[in-house]
Design a protein around this ligand. Structure first.
Ligand SMILES: [Zn+2]
Length: 60
């Protein structure tokens, strides 16, 4: 049973690079955001990785 915070990585599929979903030291410069789990109120982390193939550029 793990007592540490939960970390969930959101990684784009079929991206140009390989994302580091273990160390949190990814070249894409992911955003780490705190999230509260509804089930028990514990705070976890969501690491949102950025795709490098430009698919997100349209949102700017
Ligand atoms: Zn990444």
């Amino acid at each position: 049973m793990s007592a540490g915070p939960t970390t969930v990585h959101v990684v784009p599929v079929d991206d140009l690079i390989e994302h580091d979903s273990d160390g949190g030291d990814c070249p894409c410069g992911p955003n780490t955001e705190p999230v509260k789990r509804c089930s028990d109120g514990a705070v976890g982390w969501v690491v949102v990785h950025h795709s490098l193939d430009g698919r997100e550029q349209s949102e700017l």
